[in-house]
Write a protein that binds this ligand. Structure first.
Ligand code: KG4
Length: 340
């Protein structure tokens, strides 16, 4: 008999619900919150309130669009963390209530595992290429920058991670600093396409091993802009495309240096990426390019699976469900989660 999993995601500012059947996506509904735009970042209290408003219609739509009845669901997978506690509480409480009312099991999911396993979401109209194990996943988002070795859908090992800012934070903070808007990643990505990536250079970190650091490059950009603006107040306006292209290239170089090192050290040639920054067009092109050069098989998630979505929570929950994992009803969300 088919296994039908409902996934619920509410870790930050997207309320999402998805249904998968035996790993195939039937629906994936996302309500993104616009309320934060004027604040230059997510306001936790506003996010919780918006989740509270969105969760019932979003879950109902996901069930309707999937063409199933709520009673057909075999398990409810939800994001337990990491994320904003108030936001997580909405999804977790809703998942518990639904589990009780339908008398179905709950399965908790680590949000980061969802991003890492997004490559396994199968779609009826797609080629469904999937990495074979073990593979390396470059997990890049607003909160994380990690290289993870994935030996099975339940076996993760962090080989390297940022010791300060995440790469998404570097995009967001630098965009804000240049007055380009929030979230910064998509803005810088768009402007970078119009600029020369070799025009300017920014300091790269020298961190041993496979760890990352992004705070230095952020400061390097800050001082660069400040100094040039002191000489010419219109410098930023006249050069923003080249600055974005050069800054983005620096971030991608940093990411790739360690990923290449990790692939060499482990001998693994199956390479995936995940998380919000995996939507970056420059990073995607570069991964494919390096893959061709180095004989890697590369796996890029579809754009709709790069940012927060419940399809990835449903697929991760599906793997846990198949292993017989069940989460007790007294589970509480957590803003931080220990490594996988
Ligand atoms: O995974 P995500 O949706 O949220 C979490 O951090 O959990 O990632 C959001 C991050 C933000 O920092 C945003 O600026 C970045 O992903 N992002 C991008 C792009 N689209 C989103 N960064 C670079 N290029 C993009 N096209």
């Amino acid at each position: 008999m088919a296994d039908i999993i409902l996934g619920i995601e509410s870790s930050c500012d997207d309320t999402s619900a998805a249904v998968i059947k035996d790993g195939y996506l039937l629906s994936n509904v996302i309500a993104s919150q616009q309320v934060h735009k004027d604040f230059g970042g997510v306001v936790p209290e506003l996010a919780s309130r918006a989740h509270e408003k969105n969760i019932v219609p979003v879950v109902s739509q996901a069930i309707d669009k999937a063409g199933i009845k709520a009673s057909d669901i075999d398990a409810i997978a939800f994001t337990r963390g990491p994320g904003l506690l108030g936001s997580l509480l909405v999804g977790t409480s809703f998942a518990k209530a639904l589990a009780v009312s339908l008398d179905k099991p709950l399965v908790m999911v680590n949000h980061l595992q969802g991003h890492i396993l997004a490559s396994f979401i199968k779609q009826y109209d797609s080629e469904n290429r999937q990495p074979s194990f073990p593979y390396l996943c470059l997990l890049v988002s607003g909160g994380n920058s990690q290289i993870v070795k994935v030996s099975s859908p339940l076996d993760f090992e962090i080989l390297g991670q940022t010791i300060d800012d995440a790469v998404g934070e570097a995009f967001d903070k630098c965009s804000k600093m240049m007055g380009l808007g929030y979230p910064g990643g998509p803005v810088i990505d768009r402007l970078a396409k119009l600029g020369d990536p070799k025009k300017f250079t920014f300091a790269k970190p020298h961190i041993p091993g496979l760890d990352y650091s992004f705070s230095g490059v952020k400061t390097s950009l800050l001082y660069f802009v400040r100094d040039r603006m002191a000489e010419d107040p219109s410098f930023l306006e006249n050069n923003k495309e080249d600055i974005c292209a050069s800054f983005q290239k620096t971030l991608i170089d940093i990411l790739l240096d360690k990923l290449i090192k990790a692939a060499r050290q482990t001998g693994i040639k199956e390479i995936a990426i995940g998380g919000g920054v995996s939507a970056n067009s420059g990073l995607r092109e570069r991964i494919v390019l390096e893959g061709k050069k180095r004989g890697w098989n590369t796996y890029l998630p579809e754009f709709k699976f790069t940012t927060d979505n419940a399809a990835m929570i449903a697929i991760a929950g599906y793997f846990h469900y198949l292993e017989g994992e069940r989460t007790p009803l007294d589970v509480a969300p957590v803003s931080r989660m220990a490594d996988f």
